[in-house]
Write a protein that binds this ligand. Structure first.
Ligand code: ADP
Ligand code: MG
Length: 717
């Protein structure tokens, strides 16, 4: 336990700043705790009042004739600091500061906040806030509603962490409408001491929490967060975490000319942090609740053990009594990363026996508008028995003869006999309400629209895939770190922060990259001699610090077969470059051996404040420019993460060998991505890298660097 019990389940609570004036925060919080039926002992602290809501008040915490576990402070910053000192001396174990006016308003507030944190840390007292809505624990044995919200939610198995106080009240309102219960509910405000990671770890240990939902604005820990959360989502006693993230963030990537810089907006960092740690992202609050329903869905096994109902794969069966919604669900299924299962012959035979001739016995199964509970029941049991089916979506639209309650009961009967998840969509409100209620009361997820059910199925499937990911042995890699340091130092000492292809290739070689013979020519004659020495055919590339994208300036010529075309090519690209930019200083022309053929891919690296190096992988050429088909990962990138990135892009199909193309050397790519991560981790002076393209050859034949650009910058410290 990380000392958070005093915050969530205290025996005694003092409300410092409890007010007699209704509408004031200090009044309402006290009133909400009182009216919420708190099971412990409550003390208002107010030097100017004899009592608050008929409860005797004390002038200070010192006067309270009892041990104190939790102090909830609603006072302006300076007084709050004094009160924190007093409370700590008085022996409290936890503090919640609700009031605002701290770091979020400026320097003075930030200083007071920092002092408060020091006082708490020194005493080993945990602090929630300041600038938060408070804490709620609805469980029968505690019933603590220390919040602005007059509504105490029902007790349940989901915990909610919010970085926005205002959102909390809306969520509570929404939850009440949906009959949603909570285990713990907390608003973290400025996160001066307790942050989301502390809470995630606490809730992971909490036997009353089965799923954690979190509303996040920004994170202040990167890789440490990923490592800890991985353990929560997929280690011992797995707890799924669902997140909704607002766009606002303080960790924007530095403006950069590289692809990585342009693509790696802050959202990409967060998406990669979530993916790397197994957190499931929802796009809206509605979706968050939809997902939570699917994630709390459980099954009892024969041995009486209760486990979460997750699909073993992405093959879904749809059973519907209406064609239209069935089509919507089918479309959504595909975009949620699922597939429509194709049924085995026995399944089709069984369906034909039980369904009328007009029914569709193939997926999506249409049991026809007049379907009764019997028809649903036999169709559902038939499809769930099919080995090729991992779960089902049941769709019901109310027709005059539809018995929603009866069908709900049939769903529960079938579900009890199967380990496969079944998500229901009862369309409409009034006509289906009894059926919906029955399902909800029995813990079966039910949705209003087929797309919501499909997305929720997609979410549990993603989680299931995360849990079943393959562990891979790490690569054994040997790098020439010292040699690389020397190259970097030589550049920086000479005042160079831009490392072009020539210097860059030397650096990459130290980390196991395969590079091509490359030399700089100052004249056409020299170019021809170099070409002859390294072997034709060659590539010519303009070298100028002012020309970042060489092809745009007509500065690249490939596949030059003989000396004459090399000489002619030299003159041509120098002329092109001059036309492109009259200010460009031209250092010469690179003569590079033509690489053997391969698929073009791109590796990138960009350094973020707080989070460190972010790596990017994607298919090269138009794939990166037009489709932005890329994946990110915060370094250090393990082999597993490299696999996730490489296998995760849409263009991966091309690498696996598509329509007669040879299968590419994917393992070599994985190795290099891990090496690139090591390069970024070992050398903080590298601020950006762009390897575009790398050419991936056929399996076993490796990868060749065909262009690179590296930016150096001494880290500020
Ligand atoms: P830039 O990205 O600055 O325009 P590149 O060095 O990437 O210039 O060259 C442009 C394109 O030329 C590459 O994307 C690649 O398709 C091709 N190319 C570059 N160097 C080689 C090489 N050594 N072998 C084969 N093709 C190459
Ligand atoms: Mg390039």
């Amino acid at each position: 336990m990380n000392g958070l019990d005093a915050i969530f389940s205290p025996q005694t609570v003092a409300v410092v700043g409890a007010s007699t004036t209704p509408g004031k925060v200090g009044h309402d919080i006290f009133s909400n705790i009182l009216k919420g039926g708190y099971s412990g002992t409550l003390y208002p602290v107010n030097p100017h009042a004899r009592s608050v809501l008929s409860v005797r008040a004390y002038p200070s915490v010192n006067e309270i004739p009892d041990e104190l576990e939790l102090a909830i402070i609603i006072l302006p910053p300076k007084l709050a600091l004094e009160s924190v000192k007093e409370s700590v001396r008085r022996g409290v174990r936890g503090i919640v500061i609700v009031s605002a006016g701290f770091r979020e308003v400026g320097k003075e507030g930030a200083e007071i906040e920092q002092k408060i944190v020091s006082v708490c840390r020194e005493a080993g007292v945990r602090l929630v806030g300041p600038n938060c809505l408070g804490v709620i624990n609805p469980l029968e044995s505690v019933r603590l509603n220390a919040s602005f919200s007059a509504r105490m939610p029902a007790p349940g198995k989901i915990s909610f962490i919010s970085q926005s106080g205002a959102l909390c009240t809306a969520v509570l309102d929404f939850a009440a409408d949906r009959d949603f219960g909570f285990s713990k509910f907390i608003s973290i405000g400025n996160k001066a001491d307790v942050d989301e990671l502390d809470l995630l770890q606490y809730l992971h240990e909490d036997i009353d929490t089965e799923v954690i939902m979190i509303y996040l604005e920004e994170l202040r820990r990167g890789h440490e967060f990923i490592e800890a959360v991985k353990e929560i989502t997929s280690g011992r006693r797995r707890t799924p975490i669902l997140v909704i993230k607002s766009g606002r963030t303080s960790a924007g990537a530095r403006a950069a000319a590289s692809h990585t810089g342009a693509l790696a907006g802050s959202e990409a960092v967060y998406d990669s942090i979530f993916e790397q740690s197994g957190i499931i992202r929802a796009e809206s609050i509605n979706e968050l609740f939809d997902f939570a329903g699917a994630f709390t869905y459980k099954t009892s096994t024969a041995l009486g053990k209760v486990s979460r109902k997750l699909p073993a794969g992405n093959q879904v069966a749809i059973v519907t009594n209406a064609g239209g919604p069935g089509i919507v669900a089918t479309d959504m299924t595909i975009s949620a990363g699922l597939d429509l299962a194709s049924f085995q012959d026995e399944t089709i035979k069984e369906l034909s026996q039980h369904l009328p001739a007009t029914a569709n016995v193939h997926n999506p199964v249409d049991v026809i508008g007049d379907a009764t509970q019997d028809r649903y029941e036999s169709a559902l049991s038939a499809v769930l028995k099919d080995e090729g089916v991992d779960g089902a979506l049941v769709i019901l639209t109310p027709q005059s003869m539809t018995d929603a309650l009866g069908i709900a009961k049939a769903i529960v009967r079938v579900a009890r006999g199967s380990r496969k998840p079944m998500l229901s969509c009862f369309m409409g409100i009034i006509d289906v309400s009894e059926g919906v209620k029955f399902l909800q009361e029995h813990g079966y997820p039910v949705f209003r629209f087929p797309e919501d059910a499909a997305k929720a199925f997609g979410a549990i499937n993603r989680y299931s895939k995360w849990l079943n990911r393959k562990e891979r042995k790490p690569f054994k890699l040997h790098h020439h770190e010292e040699q690389a340091t020397k190259i970097i130092e030589n550049h920086l000492n000479a005042g160079k922060t831009y490392v072009g292809e020539l210097g860059g290739l030397d650096l990459l070689k130290c980390y196991g990259f395969n590079v091509l013979p490359t030399e700089l020519a100052k004249t056409a004659q020299e170019a021809a001699e170099i070409a002859e020495r390294i072997g034709l055919p060659v590539v010519l590339k303009i070298v100028s610090e002012q020309i970042v994208h060489k092809s745009d300036a007509g500065g690249v010529l490939v596949k030059l077969q003989d000396k004459a075309s090399v000489m002619e090519g030299f003159e041509r690209i120098v002329a092109n470059a001059g036309e492109y930019s009259s200010e460009a200083v031209i250092d010469g022309v690179l003569v590079q051996k033509m690489a053997p053929s391969g698929e073009e891919v791109i590796f990138g690296m960009n350094r973020y404040p707080t989070f460190g190096p972010l790596l990017m992988f994607g298919m090269g050429g138009i794939f990166v420019e037009v489709f932005q088909d890329v994946k990110f990962s915060l370094a250090p990138v393990s082999r597993e993460e490299a696999v996730r990135m490489i296998h995760g892009i849409k263009g991966f199909k091309l690498l696996k060998g598509f329509r007669g193309r040879p299968k590419a050397d994917i393992r070599a790519l994985e190795k290099l991505l891990v090496s690139m991560s090591a390069l970024a981790m070992n050398h903080p002076e590298i601020s950006e890298m762009d390897l575009n393209p790398l050419l991936v050859h056929a399996e076993g034949e490796g990868v060749t660097v065909a262009d690179c650009r590296i930016i150096l910058k001494r880290p500020d410290n």
